[in-house]
Design a protein around this ligand. Structure first.
Ligand code: TYM
Length: 334
């Protein structure tokens, strides 16, 4: 029996992924390799929905890919590729855009958030159609499951709606995918304002921990993380969002349930919790940082891995797109 298929993507818009990306998505990507047929892409076409400096985009695309391999994606089991290397992504996006309602696209929360920041005039049409490109990424590969953080849930609902709508109008064509969102890690909070999600665009540097960050800087940020004044190490999302966030990060990285950490740190105070957590994070990210540096030192090998991934991805995407063209009634070239 063939394994269920997984696809997910990540934007190359920072010099490093952060711990929210890692716990909310990347770690699941690595684990799913054991049981699923896995496809992961660095979504550079999504990145340009906000202005990017070309040299920086190129460098960050390689840094992103290197971190994916360094975090444990195995090029022999996962297909890892760069989105713009597979021309079917924007091709399918156009077709899907033509069955998406304007009002439907207007309801996307991430568009509202991102466009609100720069003012409506600064927002591009690409930013508006961003979730439709994401739907194309997923539907091209017949993905059954999409491992992401909570902030992507609405985009996955749109993807499901578009797949069902297309199948209804043109006959069975797409697999209708489901979200793979793990509770507890789906929304890692900002260290300075734990009521909002950690995010490269919204968080201050003090609120973010990067995978490639220097260990002393990681320690400092965790020691300064905002908590509360009652001093009790206990998870309570509403009353104690800061401590709850730290406990969740700790639990996920150490593989220990939150209640067992609560017992372990009962009466110990936040200082001890933060000190130990800092070492857990430094130990988890140290080896990833070293492997990333090694991979980046050999660009041609990294590019070769990405070319092999793109070739495999392209074969599947081209077959899906041929199916779509036929269903739509596009006259094949003679
Ligand atoms: P991106 O690049 O913003 O984030 C990559 C992944 O990290 C998750 N994430 C978080 N999880 C938990 N806590 C956080 N604070 C946190 N911040 C980010 C995101 O949910 C995501 O899973 N639109 C996508 C990229 C994309 C995609 C796709 C995803 C493009 N095409 C197809 C899945 C399938 C995005 O911007 O992710």
């Amino acid at each position: 029996m063939s394994r269920p298929r997984v696809l997910s993507g990540i934007q190359p818009t920072a010099d490093s992924f952060h711990i929210g990306n890692y716990l909310g998505a990347l770690r699941q990507w690595v684990a799913l390799q054991e049981t699923h047929d896995t496809f992961y892409c660095v979504v550079d076409l999504h990145a340009i929905t906000l202005p990017q400096e070309p040299a920086e985009l190129r460098a960050r695309t390689r840094v992103a890919a290197a971190q994916l391999f360094a975090a444990g994606l195995d090029p022999d089991s996962s297909t890892v590729f760069v989105q713009s290397h597979v021309p079917e992504h924007p091709a399918l996006e156009w077709v899907l855009a033509c069955i998406t309602g304007f009002g439907e696209a207007s309801r996307m929360i991430q568009f509202k958030d991102k466009s609100a920041k720069g003012g409506a005039d600064a927002a591009s049409v690409g930013l508006f159609t961003y979730p439709i490109l994401q739907a194309a990424d997923i539907l091209l590969y017949d993905a059954d499951q999409v491992p992401v953080g909570e902030d992507q849930r609405q985009h996955l609902e749109l993807t499901r709606d578009l797949a069902q709508r297309f199948n209804y109008r043109f006959g069975p064509t797409f697999v209708v995918p489901g979200p793979y969102i793990l509770p507890g890690v789906a929304k890692i909070g900002d260290l300075q304002d734990p009521t909002i999600k950690m995010s490269k665009s919204a968080s201050s540097p003090q609120g973010i921990i990067d995978i490639l960050e220097d260990p002393d800087s990681i320690r400092r940020k965790i020691m300064r993380a905002v908590t509360d004044t009652d001093g009790e190490v206990r998870a309570d999302e509403a009353a104690k969002p800061g401590v709850t966030n730290l406990l969740r990060i700790y639990a996920a990285l150490a593989g220990e349930p939150v209640p067992s950490l609560e017992r372990q740190y009962a009466g110990a105070g936040y200082g001890k919790l933060k000190k130990d957590l800092a070492e857990v994070v430094v130990d988890a990210f140290g080896p990833i940082r070293e492997r990333t540096e090694k991979l980046l030192a050999n660009e041609s090998e990294l590019d070769r891995l990405l070319a092999a991934g793109a070739e495999k991805a392209h074969r599947i995407a081209a077959a899906t797109m041929a199916r779509v063209r036929d269903r739509m009634g596009f006259l094949p070239p003679a």
